[in-house]
Design a protein around this ligand. Structure first.
Ligand SMILES: NC(=O)c1ccc[n+]([C@@H]2O[C@H](COP(=O)([O-])OP(=O)(O)OC[C@H]3O[C@@H](n4cnc5c(N)ncnc54)[C@H](OP(=O)(O)O)[C@@H]3O)[C@@H](O)[C@H]2O)c1
Length: 332
């Protein structure tokens, strides 16, 4: 049976405390220092995953013990070494492809350096994650009898791996795209690229708070380790798809019943799977990045699939078709 590996890391100190309650009594700086020295290890074996075609695969989860802020702030060579060590464990355990979860997919160069140091394939899972988010929004739009071409869409984190795929796919379909991120040069480059392909209204707004003001649809997909936006900031009736892990949108004090906020980029599995650890998601759902790793394993596509920021948008339709063939759907 073909096997895949998947690398995870704690999303916050809460994940560490959930692992051992007593750790709450240690000062966070000490926990963070200790984490730097904990080697990667196998967290669990994943039970058989059965596709709608009847094919079966198996997998394992490897823990890379760094918090999001550490992955972003520590020396990139040190972080890369930790991620490679984690991936090599999956390789030794017989995985033919390894998926990079959450921030391990981002640092230092969205999978390229990890792939160079392994004899097995690597994917960040960005393509299927982007597709699941777009498909989820399409379902919400249909429910409201709206169509893409009427709508203004803001993409917060537009220049990233997932954000740029969403931008390229949406550009020919919507009324206006508001692209937001911190670095202007990357935004200008993407704007020129999408304008060349489709002469639609594309605007840049570096301030995320301003970018969402007039948006009917908002996709948040930044790698900010803390929430950037509050539910109360959105336009009345907005559809907000938060792909980011940890979340980019926080809901405090007051709910907004008119705003449809959902966690985007999740997949519904075709069969019951025991991951051996909690992924922090409702039963039957997985992150798009794990789902993409599974789908490539079902297909025997042991190739570096989603790496870097410039993924070919044609891959969106390809991975969507593969997902449908194996019975995967949008997870809610
Ligand atoms: N739901 C899922 O299944 C799933 C799967 C994979 C990944 N993810 C999550 O999706 C998110 C994006 O992943 P990715 O691989 O696309 O990341 P990425 O390639 O690093 O892109 C991040 C984007 O966010 C922008 N950004 C970063 N920090 C920001 C800040 N403080 N304020 C505003 N913009 C900021 C970046 O541009 P600038 O640096 O110029 O600001 C870039 O445009 C992450 O949270 C990741 O954990 C979710």
């Amino acid at each position: 049976m073909d096997k895949f590996g998947f690398i995870v890391h704690p999303r916050s100190l809460e994940d560490i405390y959930a692992y051992n309650k007593l750790l709450r009594f240690l000062p966070p700086p000490i926990i963070k220092e200790v984490l730097k020295h904990v080697p990667a290890y196998k967290l669990s074996d994943i039970s058989t995953v059965r596709s709608a075609t009847g094919q079966e695969i198996t997998g394992c989860i490897i823990g890379c013990n760094l918090l999001p802020q550490q992955i972003l702030q520590l020396n990139p060579d040190f972080v890369l070494k930790k991620i490679i060590n984690a991936a090599k464990i999956a390789e030794r355990l017989g995985a033919k492809i390894v998926g990079l979860g959450a921030y391990t997919a981002i640092v230092p160069d969205k999978g390229y350096s990890v792939a160079k140091n392994l004899d097995i394939a690597v994917t960040t899972g960005s393509t299927y994650t982007a597709w699941l988010a777009l498909e989820g929004i399409s379902e919400c739009i249909q429910e409201r009898n709206l169509s893409w071409e009427q709508l203004n869409v803001a993409i917060i984190g537009a220049t990233g791996s997932i954000g740029s795929l969403c931008t390229k796919w949406l550009c020919p379909r919507v009324s206006k795209i508001i692209m937001s991120a911190r670095h202007i040069e990357k935004l200008e480059r993407l704007k020129n690229l999408v304008r060349e392909i489709h002469p639609r209204a594309v605007v840049i707004e570096q301030d995320a708070h301003k970018a969402i003001k007039e948006a009917d649809i908002v996709i948040t997909t930044t790698s900010a380790p803390e929430a950037l936006l509050d539910i109360n900031e959105f336009k009345p009736g907005a559809i907000v798809c938060d792909i980011a892990v940890p979340a980019n949108v926080q809901v405090r004090f007051k709910e907004r019943k008119d705003v449809k906020l959902f966690k985007g980029g999740l997949a519904k599995l075709p069969s019951e799977v025991n991951f051996g650890i909690s992924l922090g998601l409702p039963k039957g759902l997985v992150y798009g990045c794990i789902a993409e790793t599974m789908l490539l394993t079902f297909e025997g596509r042991f190739e570096n699939y989603s790496l870097g920021d410039d993924i070919d948008p044609a891959k969106l339709e390809e991975i969507a078709a593969i997902g449908r063939r194996h019975g995967f759907g949008v997870g809610w």
